[in-house]
Design a protein around this ligand. Structure first.
Ligand code: AFP
Length: 328
């Protein structure tokens, strides 16, 4: 982390923070800053909807499946609309890919950036008032500005991300993001309608004791993962699993731990999506000093071949992911 950033007052508003470090971005013209602001704004709107979900008729299922074959919740759809609207208006995004949409949304403008988004992750938790989140990645488009968006623009490896992060709608709402120069977390103050820096230069502990996995599926885990679980059982680890990736990831980022979604009998390629979930959190965790792996490869180096591609994910404290990998 740069010296200039040390000593920023906790409580600096997000907007001021973004402005202050805009010149750190490669090709800084203010457009990436604006995208981050748009995401933060849409996050406020979704936060408002999430908070009143029990009072209005927006919780529960739509009664249809999304492209992943998963039950779409009303708030999934609403969040998708809110983020797409916010990202479309500014003109900085050339295209959006969303976990909720089958194909690329080409915005046919002069935008330079491609956004990958999971508008509402962990949505099966909505109806029971448990934390959920939004995950996003930002890439620069590769083909020339103004032309139709091509496959090479949207199917970029995680190493090409210029920014990534998440919003966590939990006991408080947070925006955590990186532009490749460390990770900073902002807590939303609903009375002022503003995010303030609360977690400066976040670092994940190198070691931890928490493992987060859906252990009920463990009979179908690959042998290396079963062995690692035995290691956790024999070494006084503790299990914590919310079932919302953002929430499990965030806790482990702060406390030290590993989140695992391996291949299972039900999801032979893993459940999580490379483009909407794994890459963004892998970028964040690496910037915080942690590690993200599919078991045998660095998540950020996986070459995507499909928008909705799934992959196994092992992410968190570096020493824990190293240990897990040693069984593969
Ligand atoms: P939903 O958005 O369908 O609730 O899925 C959430 C998720 O993608 C991720 O956030 C969780 O960590 C993971 O699935 C939980 O999956 P299991 O229910 O199979 O453990």
């Amino acid at each position: 982390m740069e010296d200039s950033r040390i000593g920023l007052p906790i409580g600096i508003a997000l907007d001021r923070f973004i402005k202050r470090f805009q010149d750190d971005f490669p090709y800084a013209t203010g457009e990436l800053s604006q995208l981050l602001r748009d995401i933060a704004l849409a996050g406020k709107v979704v936060n408002r909807e999430v908070n009143k979900a029990g009072l209005v008729n927006i919780s529960g299922s739509m009664g249809i499946d999304n492209i992943q074959g998963e039950d779409q919740q009303k708030l999934d759809v609403l969040a998708n609309i809110r983020f797409i609207r916010a990202l479309t208006k500014g003109g900085e995004a050339a295209a959006i890919i969303s976990e909720e949409d089958e194909s690329v949304i080409d915005l046919h403008n002069n935008g330079k950036y491609i956004i990958a988004i999971d508008p509402l992750d962990g949505s099966s938790n909505i109806d029971v008032n448990v934390s959920i989140g939004t995950i996003f990645s930002i890439y620069r488009r590769r083909s020339s500005v103004g032309s139709p968006v091509k496959e090479e623009d949207v199917l970029q490896p995680g190493t090409s991300q210029v920014a990534a992060g998440y919003l966590l709608y939990g006991s408080s709402t947070m925006l955590v993001y990186t532009t490749g120069k460390g990770v900073n977390g902002f807590t939303y103050d609903p009375t002022l309608g503003e995010y303030f820096l609360s977690h400066q230069d976040m670092r994940i502990p190198d070691e931890g004791k928490i493992y987060s996995v859906n252990e009920a599926a463990s009979l179908g885990f690959p042998d290396p993962v079963k062995k690692y679980l035995n290691y956790c059982h024999e070494n006084a680890h503790t299990s914590r699993y919310i079932g919302a990736l953002v929430a499990d990831f965030h806790r482990n980022l702060l406390k030290g731990g590993i989140y695992m979604y391996p291949s299972t009998t039900r999801y032979p390629k893993g459940k999580l999506r490379l483009m909407y979930e794994c890459n963004a959190l892998a970028f964040v965790v690496e910037q915080a000093g942690g590690k993200a792996s599919s078991g045998d490869s660095r998540i950020l180096e996986i070459a995507p071949n499909n928008l909705h591609q799934r992959c196994p994910l092992f992410i968190g404290s570096k020493a824990m992911v190293d240990k897990l990998e040693s069984y593969f």
